[in-house]
Design a protein around this ligand. Structure first.
Ligand SMILES: Cc1cc2nc3c(=O)[nH]c(=O)nc-3n(C[C@H](O)[C@H](O)[C@H](O)COP(=O)(O)OP(=O)(O)OC[C@H]3O[C@@H](n4cnc5c(N)ncnc54)[C@H](O)[C@@H]3O)c2cc1C
Length: 291
């Protein structure tokens, strides 16, 4: 690792000014960045610590019932937040899967998004909740759906002068539930071979009126399973329906073969996890066994 300048801005404008130079990288928890620097996968002239910026380390309720989570808020803080656990439990669950307790005490939500790993555990839950990424730069502010951030493995749409300031989770309609599950050979300290987050909203007749399904580790970026979503809309939950959605999700995936699993195996995992997450989400909304 080469020598670098180290800066600790106290506000987002100071942060943007510091980031707007070649080879300047933000450091939140450093659980992705530090290994990348040590292994010479990143070159840094300037490292900028974001953890001293109050606006990026807070969780705050929005007036419309949504929630704003600063990009530098840690996985531990999110997993222990009463409001996240009550309103966005799939997110609380997914961040508690990241690495170990020690890693979660450092790892930030913004780092999980901006590192742009296809396997990032918090991202599918954010996508299925319809979360927005709030970006700030020298030209002003812009907000994108979280899934619009990614352009490839380790790559995002963020310009050199831009930072992810926060994530906004929208207020959810009544009768909505979401569940994230991943498959790893080991129970802990492992990366998802495949992950699925499914969120459904039911109407008063228990028909599915909205569905968002997001997939991890089965493409160059985290993906929405749009064909699977379409199979659900207007239908009443049933095991047969969720099997059909799982099959559609497997065709939405575009996995590769690698040391952790073949493309075929990953497609199979997606179909199983999709069915299971839909069934678990439904269980939270309606009593009794699925037909
Ligand atoms: C042992 C170990 C186990 C792990 N297990 C998992 C796992 O199970 N699941 C999982 O998803 N991940 C896992 N990870 C990866 C990592 O912990 C997570 O991705 C974590 O959320 C990264 O957050 P961070 O704050 O440490 O990011 P950092 O390392 O600080 O930053 C990551 C990248 O994002 C950029 N960045 C950070 N914040 C911003 C911002 N606000 N705006 C713009 N760019 C920003 C940085 O410049 C850097 O390029 C593991 C890592 C380790 C070391």
């Amino acid at each position: 690792m080469d020598l670098f300048n180290f800066q600790t801005p106290r506000s987002i404008p100071e942060l943007i000014a510091a980031k707007n130079s070649a080879n300047a990288w933000l450091l939140a928890g450093g659980t992705d960045l530090i290994p990348q620097l040590k292994e010479d996968r990143r070159k840094a002239e300037t490292i900028i610590d974001v953890k001293k910026i109050a606006a990026m380390t807070n969780i705050s309720a929005e007036q419309d019932g949504g929630l704003n989570i600063g990009a530098a808020v840690t996985a531990t803080t999110i997993a222990q937040s009463e409001i996240v656990c009550a309103s966005y439990p799939a997110l609380a669950y997914s961040v508690a899967l990241i690495g170990s307790r020690q890693v979660q005490n450092r790892a930030s939500l913004g780092g999980n998004v901006c590192n742009a790993a296809p396997s990032a555990d918090a991202v599918p839950a954010l996508m299925s909740y319809g979360a927005l990424a709030n970006i700030e730069g020298t030209k002003g502010k812009r907000s994108l759906m979280v899934e619009e951030i990614f352009t490839g493995p380790g790559r995002t749409v963020l310009e050199q002068d831009e930072v992810l300031a926060s994530i906004t989770l929208p207020a959810l309609p009544e009768n909505t539930a979401a569940v994230y599950q991943r498959f790893t050979p080991r129970r802990e300290m492992d990366i998802a071979v495949a992950g699925v987050s499914s969120r459904i909203t039911l109407d008063a007749n228990s028909k599915i009126v909205d569905a968002k399904i997001a997939l991890a580790s089965v493409g160059p970026t985290p993906l929405r399973a749009k064909a699977a979503e379409m199979t659900l809309i207007g239908e009443v939950p049933s095991l047969k329906l969720f099997e059909a959605a799982g099959a559609a999700a497997a065709s939405d995936a575009s996995p590769i073969d690698d040391t952790r699993g073949s493309a075929d195996y990953r497609r199979h995992l997606v179909s199983v996890l999709c069915r299971r997450t839909l069934a678990s989400a439904t269980k939270e909304l309606i009593q009794g066994d699925l037909p």
